[in-house]
Design a protein around this ligand. Structure first.
Ligand code: ACO
Length: 325
């Protein structure tokens, strides 16, 4: 062994029971199923029940991931929760999850990078593992975006949904090359100049309210295509692999047209792309681990395969990770 690698040894997810279809939305705002499907690929989304919180969804996903990996709360030494919709302004949702899981040691904290949150959290946890400061980390993406939507704004309310996904990272060894199993490379970026293109118009220090999501959709789309292409190329260059080496693209599920564009640029056929956007909508930080868990559970993702994860979100933030399963 020459390097420490973070192996993803388990994954799990959870979606609230209630499904909200496009046709139901068409009775709430001036929209149609056809418009939503054509512009976004979304057909339905899940919505948390009254009183069901981000921590509730996170715990369900975490328990599934822990079971899959065969680890218990006493094995964990780190929890990182990616969320933009925490239960409370403070403390971190991660500490609530920590208590519920029965983990009494280690550290738990939240990471806030909106739709890129899972990539950010994965990068943070991977670096803790590589530095020898964690041997078994739980990384969760969990959101209840239904709570910050303006349900009278057709530009935004049709796009998002609630859910959670989680992975377990465990320290393992590798030769230090692209044939290793585990997280091979992560890349995160941000550019705060674009705050006003995608933000929530509330917060403790500004309005003392939670606020609602506001977005300039067309502008976000334009930046997403450019930034994702850049960060995907960066990841492949870092491990000196061609796009043809990718077995599965597991992208953030914001909009099918953005995903199609990324796959096209990489020269990947859509059969190699894990798509959940039709069923889940955009679940922000939860979308990648939700898609990953689905593709692992149904047997698409096989040991030794190369997975490319990528996301872009408010801030702007964006990032990518290459993982050998
Ligand atoms: N139903 C019907 N019409 C609508 C709806 C709706 N739900 N929403 C907007 N429209 C109308 C607009 O009012 C506009 O009408 P107008 O021309 O009379 O003004 C028309 O449709 C076209 O609007 P555009 O914004 O130009 O439509 P576009 O093709 O860009 O699609 C969309 C909008 C789907 C939001 C697209 O821009 C997009 O997906 N952007 C990316 C945003 C995104 O994914 N954000 C998620 C967070 S960031 C991330 O995760 C990457």
């Amino acid at each position: 062994m020459t390097v420490i690698r973070s192996l993803i040894t388990g994954c799990g997810s959870y979606l609230p029971e209630r499904i909200l279809t496009n046709n139901e939305l068409a009775r709430m705002v001036e929209t149609t199923d056809e418009w939503i499907v054509e512009r976004t690929g979304i057909r339905q989304r899940h919505i948390a029940a009254e009183g069901e919180t981000t921590a509730d969804l996170a715990c369900r996903a975490a328990e599934a991931a822990m079971k899959h990996a065969g680890v218990s709360a006493s094995d964990l030494d780190l929890i990182v929760v990616a969320t933009a919709t925490p239960d409370n302004t403070f403390p971190a949702t991660a500490t609530k999850v920590q208590a519920r899981l029965g983990m009494t040691g280690g550290a738990a904290f939240d990471v806030q990078a909106v739709c890129s949150g899972f990539i950010y959290a994965l990068a943070v946890a991977d670096n803790f593992v590589k530095a020898g400061q964690s041997r078994c980390a739980l990384v969760i993406g969990a959101e209840t975006f239904s709570r910050i939507l303006d349900w009278t704004d057709r530009n935004t309310c049709v796009l998002f949904g609630d859910g959670a996904g989680a992975v377990i990272l465990q320290a393992g060894g590798g030769a230090g090359d692209a044939a290793d199993r585990g997280i091979l490379t992560t890349h995160i970026h941000s550019d705060g100049r674009h705050h006003d293109l995608l933000y929530v118009d509330g917060g403790p220090s500004t309005t003392q309210t939670v606020g609602h999501l506001r977005m300039s959709g067309r502008e976000v789309f334009r930046h997403a295509v450019v930034n994702l292409a850049q960060v995907v190329d960066e990841a492949l260059a870092a491990v000196d692999l061609p796009a043809s080496a990718i077995d599965w693209l597991i992208p953030h599920q914001a909009n099918k047209r953005i995903i199609d564009g990324t796959a096209r640029k990489l020269g990947l056929p859509m059969e190699k792309v894990v798509l959940t956007v039709a069923k889940h909508g955009n679940t922000s930080a939860a979308s990648i681990p939700l898609a990953l868990a689905e593709a692992v559970q149904d047997g698409r993702v096989q040991r030794g395969q190369l997975l490319l994860l990528e996301a872009m979100g408010g801030g702007f933030t964006w990032g990518s990770a290459l993982v050998r399963w």
